[in-house]
Design a protein around this ligand. Structure first.
Ligand code: SAH
Ligand code: SF4
Length: 342
């Protein structure tokens, strides 16, 4: 299905929420049935060399209490995923130069050598050689949100970084045959429904395998502390529109939704999302991964956070899947490449 910018804006303004969410759910069911994929997220470090205005982990936040996980601690989390039959792990963190690219490659090799898991990385912007090394080590997927489609705003919010570089990085990931994920925050300061509609069309033009979208949440230890949070209803409309335009992408109902408003993760699933990503970061440090306020605050331990996720899936009326949940989009792309080369 296609939609033009003014149709998208009308939906973002609330033209027909009931029809929009019903259509998004219909589209998700036609591709994924009633299954929800789980991804266990391991937040391995909250040190970051970047200084993004929106993020609590920014290097300029002197109040943040920092931590790094050891190899052993990362393996403890990996083993939680294995024990709980969660077939995909996501290694996420700040851009922390303490861990060398070789060290990360060694870690990936060790994990895939030992366990049958899909490995997703979310380690920020990296050069092509590093991304290649990690792919060859056995990583399958990479998440790198473009954050906004408004270049000017991107340059304001990510000092010293260029929007075009982020986009190039996504292209490199595609060339390296990663399953590629990107996304945005809804309600960043300086944005409106017009820029949001452009982001929805922009993301769709990237033909992504995974799309992660959540509301912007103002963090008290950042320069954006006094800005309003992204609105939950606007985020839900965005999710539904992106789902309708990208039927084959894996899309999470994010924890930022839940932090913004209790129960919003259920609403996200009902608006067409098919993935949930419980944190399996060790309890000792979990709450310190404070990208936005409330992040990881709801769960005492991994079992508790997993139980909460199972409850959300049940309540929303879907079923937990035990599959690795490869994106049908990359499978389609591979098939069409094979047909072309015949
Ligand atoms: N350092 C990596 C991964 C960790 S940040 C990176 O930046 O890509 C993961 C995501 O958290 C970011 O892509 C951003 O979209 C989101 N995020 C950061 N600060 C946020 C905030 N204040 N509110 C909502 N989401 C935020
Ligand atoms: Fe670092 Fe990512 Fe936070 Fe930016 S959003 S400061 S890159 S952790």
């Amino acid at each position: 299905m296609t939609m033009n910018k003014s149709e998208i804006i009308a939906y973002l303004n609330g033209q027909d929420d009931i029809g929009l969410f019903a259509e998004a759910d219909r589209v998700r069911r036609s591709v994924f049935g009633d299954e929800i994929f789980l991804r266990g997220i391991i937040e391995y470090s909250n040190y970051c060399r970047q200084n993004c205005f929106y993020c609590g982990l920014r290097s300029g936040n002197r109040e943040a209490v920092r931590y790094r996980l050891t190899r052993e601690e990362i393996f403890e989390s990996v083993e939680i995923a294995v024990a709980q039959n969660i077939p995909t792990i996501v290694l996420q963190g700040g851009e922390d130069p303490h861990y060398s690219a070789d060290w990360i490659a060694g870690l990936i090799k060790e994990i895939v050598g030992k366990y049958d898991l899909a490995i997703t990385l979310s380690l920020g912007e990296q050069g092509p050689e590093v991304l290649r090394m990690w792919r060859e080590a056995g990583a399958n997927r990479y998440l790198l949100r473009i954050e906004t489609w408004d270049k000017e705003n991107y340059h304001k919010l990510r000092p010293g970084r260029r929007w075009e570089n982020r986009l190039d990085c996504l292209k490199v990931l595609r060339e390296l045959d990663y399953e590629v994920g990107s996304g945005i925050m809804v309600g960043l300061p300086g944005e409106n429904v017009e820029s949001l509609a452009e982001a929805i069309l922009g993301l769709t033009s990237l033909d992504l395998d995974m799309i992660g979208i959540g509301p912007f949440l103002a963090h008290p230890q950042t320069p954006l502390r006094d800005e309003p949070n992204g609105a939950i209803q606007l985020t839900l409309r965005t999710l539904a529109l992106v789902r309708i335009l990208n039927p084959y992408a894996n899309m999470p109902s994010t924890s930022a939704m839940e932090c913004a408003s209790r129960g919003a993760r259920i609403a996200g699933l009902r608006a067409g999302m098919n993935v949930i990503m419980p944190s399996i970061t060790p309890e000792r440090v979990k709450r310190l991964y404070n990208i936005y306020p409330g992040k990881n605050a709801d769960s005492d331990d991994s079992e508790h956070s997993l139980n909460a996720v199972m409850e959300i899936i049940r309540e929303a009326g879907y079923r937990r899947s035990f599959s690795k949940g490869i994106s049908p989009n990359i499978l389609r792309r591979h098939e069409s490449e094979m047909t072309l080369s015949k």
